[in-house]
Design a binder for this molecule. Structure first.
Ligand code: UD1
Length: 392
């Protein structure tokens, strides 16, 4: 079965993380998030995949190659200019002819039964089947009004407060009949939700909805990112320790996954679920609490506390520092006695001087240097980083 993964967006809401990683490459359990999606598609039997690429697309292609590592074949199609969701899929038409195919976002994290959705589409005569979830506040989504026979009669993209006629939100997962290509203009910005669905509904063409069950999120914001990591951590099968691992009297409670060559000092305590990447060095009396992911080649010095936080590769944390509910991107160096409060997001290669506090919810852009003894209460940007690339 065929799948098309849309990866053209710039991930602006996930800045500063997306200055280094395109959204589908942001690590979840130390792997690019789209790898989890491809592994799921492979398990479900979708083994011919085409990816539509835009912002930092080469990085995604480099990480995934031809897909053989995941038991799939991957083709790549680049968008020279932004084509929107449906326009991007149209650009990949030559790979998607002849049979129904599934469309997903490269930022989707899920455990849904996609084969069931595909079978449902095949058994019902619609041009497109939209995966729907019931969501309390669907303002960030497209919403659909569906009858008892699953036919959608109304669709509205990102409704405002007074316009929410339904709680059925589109997951942005579609099973499409190749006939949809006749409805999408070539080389023109065109969206599924804003352009194609209204056009099909106006022409009385059949769009179905299917209520999907299970976990799904798109990693569009740092809150959704945290949620996605939590789900994946909850699904850790048990405790796995790869290859060399040294510890002196650490107390370890799983589930956890520890990479090769990790060392943990004496009197440290690890309480799972936790993932730690290879070659990471953890000092003495360090506490790593549940729902933390630490990348490869990190250094955590004595008496530091890491609670519900995500450290990417090559991060160092100084003595006595507290990192709580934070996301810290690659190669950032946090000094001694620092506090990173809940919801802080720190870009790559930032240097945070000793005895500094980054207050709750604050973002620091890449390569910024924070002086010692600072108390940062407002986002710190780095003008060297281009913000002209628009799009979600
Ligand atoms: C217009 C549209 O389809 N809206 C849907 C989209 O909104 P949402 O606002 O999430 O749509 P995004 O703009 O994030 O785009 C969705 C996906 O398409 C990709 N992309 C986007 C633009 C582009 O030019 N090229 C490209 O490849 C993005 O990388 C992303 O993976 O998903 C929601 C579920 O998450 C649905 O409820 C919305 O109905």
């Amino acid at each position: 079965m065929k799948a098309c993964i849309m990866c053209g967006g710039a991930g602006t809401r996930l800045r500063p993380l997306t200055f280094k990683h395109p959204k589908p490459s942001i690590p979840i359990l130390n792997k690019p998030s789209v790898r989890h999606l491809i592994e799921h598609l492979s398990r479900e039997g979708f083994n011919e995949i085409v990816m539509t690429l835009g912002y930092m697309g080469e990085r995604i292609e480099e990480q995934l190659g031809d897909g053989h590592m995941f038991g799939v074949h991957i083709d790549y199609v680049y968008e020279k200019e932004k084509l929107g969701t449906a326009g991007g899929v149209k650009n990949a038409e030559k790979y998607l002819k002849n049979e129904p195919f599934i469309v997903l976002g490269g930022d989707h994290v899920l455990n849904l039964d996609l084969r069931e959705m595909y079978r449902f589409h095949e058994a019902n005569d619609a041009l497109i089947t939209i995966g729907l979830l019931s969501i309390d506040d669907p303002r960030e989504f497209g919403i659909a009004d569906m009858d008892i026979n699953n036919r959608i009669h109304r669709f509205l993209e990102k409704p405002k407060s007074g316009q929410i006629f339904s709680n059925l939100a589109s997951t942005g997962i579609y099973i499409c009949d190749p006939e949809i290509f006749n409805w999408i203009p070539e080389n023109k910005k065109y969206d599924f939700a804003k352009d194609l669905f209204p056009a099909l509904l106006a022409a009385d063409k059949k769009i179905n909805g299917m209520l999907v069950r299970g976990k799904w999120t798109d990693v569009g914001s740092s809150a959704a990112y945290r949620q996605a990591q939590r789900w994946m951590l909850d699904a850790l099968p048990g405790t796995t320790i790869e290859g060399n691992f040294t510890t002196r009297n650490a107390r370890i409670r799983g589930p956890l996954s520890i990479g090769n060559n990790v060392s943990i000092g004496s009197n440290s305590s690890l309480v799972g679920p936790i993932v730690i990447g290879e070659n990471t060095v953890i000092g003495d009396s360090v506490l790593i609490g549940p729902y933390s992911v630490i990348g490869a080649n990190c250094t955590i010095e004595n008496n530091a506390k890491i609670l519900s936080s995500y450290l990417f590769d090559g991060v160092s944390i100084g003595k006595n520092s507290n990192i709580s509910g934070a996301v810290v991107a690659d190669e950032t160096a946090v000094g001694e006695e620092c506090n990173l409060e809940n919801g802080t997001v720190i870009g790559h290669k930032v240097v945070i001087g000793d005895n500094s506090t980054i207050h709750s919810g604050i973002k620091i852009w890449p390569e910024v240097v924070i002086e010692k003894n600072s108390s940062i209460k407002e986002t710190v940007v780095n003008p060297a980083y281009d913000t002209t690339y628009e799009g979600s």
